[in-house]
Design a protein around this ligand. Sequence first.
Ligand SMILES: [Zn+2]
Ligand SMILES: [Zn+2]
Length: 323
Amino acid sequence: MVPKDCTRCNNNGIVYHRAYSGEYLCRNCFLFSIEDKTKRCVNKYSMLRYQDKVAVAVSGGKDSLSLLYILNKIYGEKNYITIIAITIDEGIPGYRDESLEITKDFCSKIGIENRVLKFGDVFGINMDELLAKRPSEKISSCSFCGTFRRRALDLISESVGASVVATGHNLDDQLQTFLINILSGDVERIGWIYPEPVEYGEKNIRKIKPFVEIYEHELVFYALHRGIPFQAEECPHKNESIRTDIRTILNSLESNHPGIKYNAFNSAIKISKLLKMDTSGSLTKKICSLCGRDSSSSVCSVCKNLMILSGASPYNGQKSDLD
Ligand SMILES: [Zn+2]
Ligand SMILES: [Zn+2]
């Protein structure tokens, strides 16, 4: 039977039923629970240090805007860290314009600087032109875009002098990535899922994901009840990849077996920790022979993609579906 009052404070009307814990929560207790989970995750994996300069990657979606809000509320406003919002403009007319506007307005409302970097300024070409030049439709647009977006994020974080880059990846994102790696035989990548930050590049920037222990649908609920505006429209180039199929399967499992995503995520964390320890000793740092940046092979994925686009390198049909 549904109780009348909040399980936690016994005080207020219920707005949310957390099926996996059995709790019925009022608005305040729900909002607090998400902020508290974020803080616990940051502490558990030592994600932040005093006086870090944190670049929060903000796309204008619910995850990234909520992350910006929560990190600012818990750490920024108390001057434990300084925060800057960084946004990548891939040049997708209509779609990106709306999210740039939402991000700009939200940042000015909470008093945080927002820096935008355009694909065109880094690669001399925007996303629509990139897609038009693709040699094969089989190269997923998300995979192409993701590779370039990660490079753009690295460049802008370095240029603002960030010590940390925070992204809004949630539990669902991480669990999907884990399963994609399993299904595609990409075992080496599983170690990368472990949430403890690793310093990388010449500037030793740490990448953190403070929402990895939070369900996607709870972040939607958080943004709505916190009054955070966000772009709900999905990217027009989003391809119906294996990720979408896995997302559907996991959500259907979760509705019949509440908590199953959390259990599966915990298994993924344990496996990724073992694999991370196993591979960290053998990882030799390579430098891309074309752009001079860190790479896992002699030519980095950005340069490989640029070569494919220019026709200098034939598409070998092995581009992974990962984004
Ligand atoms: Zn309550
Ligand atoms: Zn390169």
